[in-house]
Design a protein around this ligand. Structure first.
Ligand SMILES: Nc1nc2c(ncn2[C@@H]2O[C@H](COP(=O)(O)OP(=O)(O)OP(=O)(O)O)[C@@H](O)[C@H]2O)c(=O)[nH]1
Ligand SMILES: [Mg+2]
Length: 249
């Protein structure tokens, strides 16, 4: 397949020792039943064309540089196998990614029925409930073959805590939107974690400040009682130093 954005899995351009690049790279895995359109969606996003033929995927990796909400990032997209006999690696694919797109075809009830299993597998492998996931109902250009309604898709996504969008890899409808909304969700969560870490550290700082301040008050009382003592000068100096230290906190 000639695809300039397709990357070799052994050397996909992400140097894990390069912190700056890594922080700017978002790893997204595309999961779902075989034939639902995972590869077609990914290629439409990365190379702007629709692949008509069906060639079941074993595992492919794609990279695309994008600017979303004026912030540049690299999407490192893992296109996975949906065919049952090729899914032995699925735990490993999930473990290596931070955000997920679960794809079903609106023309296939059985692909929709598997969505919950994919979601449960993600939660089990990552060992957490809250994971950024976009549920995609693909092939919505094939309205006459529809087996899953938009409401069913939306309700399931809501029930399982996922984002939702219907797409068409053929017409490119909502392809960028689905990936971009997932990225926004990933960023929101990342910032949420950072904000709560910042808050924790500022809470700790103010606790330390309060403890030291109350001890300084006690020392000041002792100072006033020992004003005539010989050692008072160095004692006063120490208190002044502690006072200065507090003002730095
Ligand atoms: N009409 C229509 N056909 C689509 C769409 N997306 C994919 N297809 C077709 O569906 C078939 C399967 O698409 P793929 O993208 O290869 O499916 P996949 O999910 O990657 O399948 P696996 O790699 O086996 O897991 C191909 O023939 C595509 O051309 C779509 O949005 N509309
Ligand atoms: Mg594929």
């Amino acid at each position: 397949m000639s695809n300039s954005n397709k990357s070799n899995n052994n050397n996909n351009g992400t140097n894990s020792s390069n912190g700056a690049q890594r922080s700017n790279t978002l790893k997204i895995s595309v999961l779902g039943d075989g034939g639902g359109g995972k590869t077609s969606i990914t290629i439409q996003l990365c190379s702007n064309h629709f692949v008509e033929y069906y060639d079941p995927t074993i595992e492919d990796s794609y990279r695309k540089q994008v600017v979303i909400d004026e912030e540049a990032c690299i999407l490192d997209i893992l296109d996975t196998a949906g065919q049952e006999e090729l899914t032995a690696m699925r735990d490993q694919w999930i473990r290596s990614c931070e955000g997920f797109i679960i794809v079903y075809s609106i023309t296939s009830r059985s692909s929709f029925d598997q969505v919950t299993l994919f979601k449960e597998q993600i939660n089990r492998v990552l060992d957490r409930e809250s994971v950024p996931i976009m549920l995609v109902g693909n092939k919505c250009d094939l309205e006459h073959l529809r087996e899953v309604s938009t409401e069913e898709g939306r309700d399931l996504a809501k029930c399982l805590g996922m984002l939702f969008m219907e797409t068409s890899a053929r017409t490119r409808l909502n392809i960028e939107e689905a990936f971009y909304e997932l990225v926004r969700e990933m960023r929101r969560r990342e910032r949420g974690i950072k904000d709560s870490k910042d808050k924790d550290s500022s809470d700790k700082k103010s606790k330390i400040k309060n403890i030291i301040s109350s001890n300084v008050q006690k020392l000041n009382k002792i100072k006033s009682k020992t004003i005539h003592s010989v050692k008072n000068t160095s004692f006063c100096k120490t208190i002044t130093q502690i006072d200065r230290f507090i003002s730095f906190l």
